[in-house]
Design a binder for this molecule. Structure first.
Ligand code: C5P
Length: 363
């Protein structure tokens, strides 16, 4: 975020803090809060017409100095302020009611006891700008993802059976990103350990395997040392043994290193347990998918044909092992968007994540 935007918003808030009115700030300021670099000349306030003199007074500008314009469906007054140009939108019509804006846009709510800033969706800002005949985002705005060094990774974590694989694949397909199944990497190490009948408590040997194993992804196919293991890594034996193997610090550091290496090139949607917390905490979008254990067991049982009760017991045991381990325990990152997929369709969840990715300027 540019310093100018920071200062502008802060100055504005300081001024508004003396007021006992509610204001709604939309437009580029919403983008700025979401990490976009936007010219500071594009700050918009939606107000009712009878607020104008008061706001002018508040901001130290003379109403007579405003330039009035009809802008799409709204009336607009442009002012030059000491913070740069600012627009007041009046009489916004159509679906864009004040109530909707207050709920969904960046709302700066100023009251006697509170000063709260709520970040709304970019989709809303786009609608808002479109309704007044502007381009969806200012032409010279810089997306967070285009900033030097910005990571283009979407991390989708969560427990077994929450719908991660299906959702992550679909999000990757929709955005044209590469899908990465980090679970398949831990499963591959486990398969190699079981294949050579290594002692699952032999930490040294397991570390050697993790450090030397060749894992390749070719579309939906997973290869270990050139051999197609896609089906084998999903066997009940491998599934059951993986949490134990995945808990070894050496195994984790070897896999995390590989994942970070892949992410350097960007354009990944990755599913796992610790992608948002450990592997890529700087990912611009982290999602934690959950569902009730019953729902997760139901989905798995439909997939594999195993009885639901057995699946439920296995899932609960795997969650327990994944959650209690010391390293990279299964948990949502503090800034993750937690989505409960119980009773929701895949399409619906995918659409929400794709919208979030767009809102954050990742695509
Ligand atoms: O996601 P999936 O069910 O394929 O993962 C299999 C197992 O791999 C998990 O139960 C967990 O023990 C381990 N895993 C992990 N960290 C990840 C992904 C999977 O520990 N990032």
């Amino acid at each position: 975020m540019s310093v100018a935007n920071h200062l502008r918003l802060r100055d504005l808030l300081a001024v508004l803090a003396d007021s006992d009115r509610d204001f709604v700030v939309i437009g580029s300021s919403a983008l700025a809060i979401q990490g976009w670099d936007v010219r500071p000349s594009d700050l918009d306030l939606i107000v009712s017409p009878d607020e104008v003199p008061r706001i002018c007074d508040l901001l130290g500008i003379k109403e007579a100095h405003g330039v009035w314009a009809q802008d799409g469906e709204a009336q607009r007054v442009e002012f030059e302020t000491k913070w740069g140009p600012m627009d007041l939108y009046l009489g916004v019509s159509g679906d864009l009611t004040y109530e909707l804006v207050a709920r969904d846009a960046v709302a700066v709510v100023v009251g006697p006891d509170e000063l709260a800033v709520k970040v709304g969706s970019l989709a809303h800002v786009r609608d808002m700008r479109a309704a007044v005949g502007r381009t969806p985002v200012p032409a010279d705005a810089v997306r967070p993802a285009e900033k030097i060094g910005a990571m283009r990774v979407i991390a989708i974590d969560g427990p077994a059976g929450a719908g991660k694989s299906t959702v992550t694949r679909a999000v990757a397909r929709t955005l044209g990103f590469t899908y990465l199944d980090t679970g398949a990497m831990y499963r591959s190490v486990t398969l190699a350990v079981l294949d050579e009948q290594a002692d699952t408590d032999d930490m040294e040997r397991i570390a050697e395997i993790a450090n030397s194993i060749e894992i390749d992804f070719e579309g939906e196919t997973v290869k270990v040392g050139g051999r197609d293991v896609t089906a084998m890594i999903r066997s009940p034996e491998v599934t059951k043994a993986t949490p134990h193997i995945a808990a070894y610090p050496e195994v984790r550091s070897a896999m995390v290193k590989r994942q970070r290496h892949l992410f350097e090139h960007g354009g990944y949607v990755a599913e796992g347990r610790d992608t948002g917390t450990v592997v890529a905490p700087e990912a611009p979008l982290k999602v934690f998918l959950t569902a009730t254990p019953e729902e997760r067991a139901k989905r798995r049982s439909l997939e594999t044909g195993e009885p639901k009760e057995d699946v439920l017991a296995a899932i609960e045991e795997r969650d327990r092992l994944d959650s209690v381990r010391e390293l990279s325990a299964l948990k949502a990152a503090e800034d993750a968007v937690v989505l409960d997929t119980t009773g929701r369709s895949i399409d619906d969840v995918v659409a929400e994540i794709v919208d979030l990715a767009r809102d954050r300027g990742i695509v």
